[in-house]
Design a protein around this ligand. Structure first.
Ligand code: PAP
Length: 325
């Protein structure tokens, strides 16, 4: 199955969501024909609908846990890690772990996607799992998330790798009806802030500030640290989630790291052949969420000048916030 962007656009514009778009600034899209600017963030039509519905319908519970990311920052990986940590008492036999038969996106749904289907959302809500993922920027989250003190895990990834990962992903899913999308175009848009849920740096800085203001409620981690030091990061993550590992449970930490590793997850049947239906108009094959899973793949796609420009923007935009990742 592949995604038909024209179909996605047609479905939305056919409906009365048309009103929503009037007067919104628009720019060239990555996967879709356009991205729309809603309250300073750039969203596809589908995402815009998801954000609005989340704001209207999501009633957070104090026990909810949200994994928040800018797209391509490690969502799939951290979904698996958080799911495995939160359920470690229930599934101590790794050989029959639920992540072996359903992918991370099945086990931890995107809030803005699942909330669009009332039945699926209510089913999930009544199950014991309080885990959601979201790409929604901090300032656009429903107020109940903040007022009820849900825990938020935010994952940052080097924007150079985020750009490259996004570009690879979007070009695979981009409608054949749209013109080709060279990486130079993606780079220009990304630098201007025009990427899905971008500007990337505003997405990061809002969660970063929230993590400084409320360290018990917002944990800020990085893809690179998890790669370099998985023991330390998984232990920290588990502690934040009130699922601390005790002395003598080091093997469990290792098992979770191995279970959620790129090589292990990517090679599972479900992640090779399964499909995620994010909405009735939008589906993605699981295999597209597993490409290289490396730090520094940007070197194979960006020029030195492009990399320097991105580093410069990161310094400018995040430097003053005490951010030092
Ligand atoms: P999403 O935000 O659209 O859900 P997300 O999972 O954040 O996507 O991004 C996919 C990236 O994470 C891919 O990076 P790459 O393009 O640079 O390779 C993918 O390979 C990587 N990834 C997926 N699973 C893992 C994992 N278990 N460990 C490390 N990286 C992973």
């Amino acid at each position: 199955m592949s995604v038909s962007q024209s179909k996605e656009d047609d479905e939305y514009t056919k409906n009365d969501d048309n009103d929503m778009l009037t007067n919104l600034p628009k720019e060239k899209g990555w996967r879709t024909e356009h991205l729309y600017q809603y309250k300073s963030f750039w969203l596809s039509l589908g995402a815009l609908k998801g954000v609005k519905r989340t704001q209207q319908c999501f009633k957070a519970q104090p026990t909810d846990i949200l994994l928040a990311t800018s797209p391509k920052s490690g969502t799939t990986w951290f979904k698996a890690l958080i799911y495995a940590i939160m359920n470690r008492d229930r599934f101590d036999d790794i050989s029959s772990h639920p992540l072996l038969t359903k992918g991370p996106h099945d086990r931890v749904p995107f809030l803005e996607a699942i909330i669009q289907n009332e039945v699926s959302y209510n089913d999930y809500r009544t199950s014991s799992s309080p885990l959601f993922a979201t790409h929604i920027p901090y300032s656009l989250l429903p107020t109940s998330v903040k007022s009820f003190g849900c825990k938020i895990v935010y994952v940052f990834r080097d924007p150079k790798d985020v750009l490259v990962s996004n570009w690879n992903f979007m070009t695979k899913l981009r409608s054949k009806d749209l013109p080709s999308f060279p990486i130079e175009d993606a780079f220009d848009l990304f630098c201007k802030g025009v990427s899905h849920y971008g500007p990337f740096w505003d997405h990061v800085s809002d969660y970063w500030k929230a993590s400084l203001e409320n360290p018990d409620r917002v944990l800020f981690l990085t893809y690179e640290d998890m790669k370099k030091n998985p023991n330390v990061c998984v232990t920290k993550l588990a502690k934040f989630l009130d699922k601390s590992f005790c002395d003598g449970e080091e093997d469990q930490v290792q098992e979770i790291i191995k279970l959620c590793s790129f090589d292990n997850l990517r090679n599972l049947e479900v992640n090779q052949t399964g499909v995620q239906h994010f909405s009735s108009q939008f589906a993605i094959e699981n295999r597209h969420f597993f490409r290289k899973g490396e730090v520094g793949d940007w070197r194979n796609h960006l020029t030195v000048e492009m990399a320097q420009q991105l580093d410069q923007i990161t310094k400018q935009k995040l430097g003053g916030t005490g951010f030092n990742c």
